[in-house]
Design a protein around this ligand. Structure first.
Ligand SMILES: Nc1ncnc2c1ncn2[C@@H]1O[C@H](COP(=O)(O)OP(=O)(O)O)[C@@H](O)[C@H]1O
Ligand SMILES: O=C(O)C1=C[C@@H](OP(=O)(O)O)[C@@H](O)[C@H](O)C1
Ligand SMILES: [Mg+2]
Length: 176
């Protein structure tokens, strides 16, 4: 059987579930899965937090763009989960839209806030924030970043996103 060539790129706020849902979507569609943060970490041999803390956010953004280009140029299809900031720097959203079908996971901030309060792992943007500060930071990020996310070809709004919903939106996208 021929391998799929469709490239699906998930965008959205940190905590919207891009990494978790992307892996599930790829598995259910039998597509390859790439998480851009994991790809950067594997290529650089460093964790995202250590890149942030040792070299600064600017250095991370340059690496993110470099590896976004590299992954988008892969020949075979895939589901790619980006980082929350990926679409918002270095004209990355334009690049994503030129080379893939972009999908915005538009999850309510309250849901994201709850998820991140219970989530493990080091997220440099939220390091050391209490619950109230985290909520404010998420609201600030949403205000700045939503105009970028809204450029996605498909927008999925709600608390729970399913593979069926993605497939039905993809069908609508290709028919229109
Ligand atoms: N549908 C979901 N329901 C409940 N918790 C979720 C769901 N999707 C993701 N999470 C949790 O939310 C946190 C952020 O998810 P993650 O996939 O890392 O998001 P992102 O990659 O967008 O930052 C993780 O702790 C994850 O387990
Ligand atoms: O929103 C951001 O700027 C970031 C989000 C993270 O990815 P997730 O959205 O997968 O958490 C990661 O790329 C990095 O910590 C920066
Ligand atoms: Mg992620």
């Amino acid at each position: 059987m021929n391998r799929p060539t469709l490239k699906i790129v998930l965008v959205g706020l940190p905590g919207s579930g891009k990494s978790t849902f992307g892996k599930k979507l790829a598995m259910e569609l039998n597509f390859a899965f790439i998480d851009l943060d994991e790809y950067v970490e594997a290529k650089e041999g460093k964790s995202i937090p250590s890149i942030f803390y040792e070299h600064g956010e600017g250095a991370f953004r340059n690496l993110e763009t470099k590896y976004l280009n590299e992954t988008l140029d892969l020949i075979e299809g895939f589901v790619l989960s980006t980082g929350g900031g990926t679409p918002c720097f270095n004209d990355n959203m334009e690049l994503i839209n030129t080379k893939s079908i972009s999908v915005f996971l538009d999850i309510p901030i309250e849901t994201i806030h709850k998820r991140l309060l219970h989530s493990e792992g080091d997220r440099p943007l939220f390091n050391g924030l209490d619950s109230t500060e985290l909520k404010t930071k998420l609201e600030d990020l949403a205000q700045i970043r939503t105009p970028y996310y809204n450029q996605a070809k498909i927008k999925l709004s709600g608390e729970e996103i399913s593979t069926e919903l993605v497939l039905s939106e993809l069908l609508g996208f290709f028919k229109s």
